[in-house]
Design a protein around this ligand. Structure first.
Ligand SMILES: C[S@@+](CC[C@H](N)C(=O)[O-])C[C@H]1O[C@@H](n2cnc3c(N)ncnc32)[C@H](O)[C@@H]1O
Length: 392
């Protein structure tokens, strides 16, 4: 992921850079040059990765067309909506809720999808419509269905696609339900992340269908999973292909209650158990490690309270508002203070999940996989017979 602009401007320059970086495969090159991203990008955009605490600077085509064009043909995501459109883009939002995805990510997910002529493709999360446009160029608009939850976003995408001369079916609805009228699909791709693979996607899959989706955990971290569906849509199995950071499908966002909800009216530390640990909270913090921890510690999330000199408190919370823990990170220490309260010992669970991964030689994403059945999903390491253990 370069996040840089390229000497050769426009779609050709962006496509060449994606090929050079290894994300864009040769079968997709004609689509990336023909389906111009600029036709899908609104005039007001917030380029770059949002950090979740404030809005990135606005780029407005009307006042700075050069900056707008540079952003469009850079390898960066472009936020197009904040807070489900609540603020109408007037500069108040904090949570990006619709975007044009980062071109490297679009290209590598399409490569994972392994589309063949004649495939019927379902996309979840239309956004700007660019990905649906690329798919339509490749397999024909009549073979592409794309589902968008937000009516205004769906309408914008329809107009963009029409301007580009492409005509997939754009459906307004909850993508967790797929779109039964167009089934069965040989390829399903989600461009918003999920905590669970919805059963409808399997039910609407043709035998041998491929599902590519950003799969997150409530704790944090996210990886693209590539699943193959069996003959009768009752089981899908596959491995993770690499990291991603998509916006969550709207119905599966993690609710993060305030700390006071966990104290139940009692003053901190509210009888919490104190201990010390030799595991640095810092070591649990990167995106992939969060993902691995999240596989073993469901129903929990974290927040960091930052102080001077890089010190911080890692707060852990259970989704059910019952349990919390804190672990204090201070630079150059070898022991860290921990408090835990409630029926779950959340730091102990996080530490156990981390040690499980560490003891196995710190395996990378390619050794992890997922099995999905109507009963639920199981994450595994190396083989579907070796599930990631649930801690606690
Ligand atoms: C990252 S954007 C998609 C980018 C898009 N594919 C493109 O090419 O520009 C994610 C989109 O998923 C949509 N979304 C969120 N929850 C959804 C749901 N339940 N069903 C369908 N779309 C959903 C959001 O409204 C947002 O537009």
């Amino acid at each position: 992921m370069t996040g840089e602009t390229h000497d050769e401007a426009g779609p050709q320059g962006l496509a060449s850079a994606l090929v050079a970086g290894g994300a864009l495969s040769s079968e997709w090159l004609p689509a990336f040059t023909a389906v111009r991203r600029e036709l899908f990008v609104p005039d007001r955009i917030w380029p770059g990765i949002a950090d979740g605490t404030r809005q990135n600077p606005l780029v407005d085509r009307a006042t700075d067309p050069g900056a707008w064009e540079r952003a469009v043909y850079s390898d960066i995501p472009l936020t197009t909506q904040w807070d489900d459109g609540e603020h109408q883009g007037n500069g108040l939002g904090t949570t990006p809720t619709s975007s044009g995805s980062m071109p490297t990510m679009v290209a590598s997910m399409l490569r994972d999808l392994d589309v063949r002529p004649g495939d019927r493709v379902l996309e979840i999360g239309t956004g700007t419509g660019w990905n649906a446009g690329l798919l339509s160029h490749r397999v024909g608009g009549s073979n592409v269905v794309t589902v968008e939850y937000d009516p205004a976003v769906a309408q914008g995408a329809r107009e963009n696609l029409q301007r580009a001369g492409l005509a997939p079916t754009v459906v307004e609805g909850d993508g967790r339900q797929g779109w039964a009228e167009g089934a069965r699909y040989s390829r399903i791709i989600a461009t918003c992340s999920v905590l669970e693979i919805p059963p409808a996607w399997l039910e609407q899959s043709a035998p041998g269908a491929v599902i590519v989706a950003p799969f997150g955990t409530e704790y944090g971290g996210e990886q693209i999973v590539r699943l193959t569906v069996n003959g009768d849509g009752t089981r899908a199995v596959g491995t993770f292909t690499g990291g991603s950071a998509f916006m969550r499908i709207r119905q599966q966002r993690t609710e993060r209650p305030p700390f006071d909800d966990y104290l139940h009216g009692v003053e901190w530390p509210a009888g919490a158990e104190r201990s010390v640990t030799a595991l640095s909270p810092w070591d649990t913090g990167n995106w992939f490690r969060q993902f691995v921890i999240g596989l073993g510690v469901p129903g929990a999330f974290w927040r960091a309270e930052r102080y001077e000199d890089g010190a911080y408190t890692l707060w852990l919370y259970s989704r059910d508002r019952q349990s919390w823990a804190s672990a204090d990170y201070v630079r150059d220490r070898t022991e860290y203070e921990v408090y835990q309260s409630g029926p779950r010992r959340l730091w102990d669970e996080v530490e156990a999940a981390y040690c499980w991964w560490d003891d196995r030689g710190r395996p990378g994403h390619e050794r992890f996989g997922l099995t999905v059945t109507p009963e639920g999903r199981t994450a595994w390491l190396d083989s579907p017979e070796l599930p990631v253990p649930r801690q606690g």
